[in-house]
Design a protein around this ligand. Sequence first.
Ligand SMILES: [Zn+2]
Length: 95
Amino acid sequence: MQSQSSKCHKLMVERHNADRRAVLNEVIKRDGVRCFAKTLVPNVACWSGLHGHEILPRSRGGNPLDAQGIIMLCSAHHAWTHDNPQKAKALGLLR
Ligand SMILES: [Zn+2]
């Protein structure tokens, strides 16, 4: 039997996931179903699905539920962004 607190935590996680999905839908409606970095970083080929990327990392106070601070990146450009933080900052992909 699940404890009350773990049930509560599970509900919060599900709520968060629903909110996050809504935010990502908002980002896609704004930018289209595309990798934001595709034309900014043309030497990297887009690969795999799109992820929501916080321009200001969560670890530094970025809000995963604020569409204004989120862009969609493919796996290749998401990895490139985190592997090349200085270049990504210059392009506005990171703050
Ligand atoms: Zn891409």
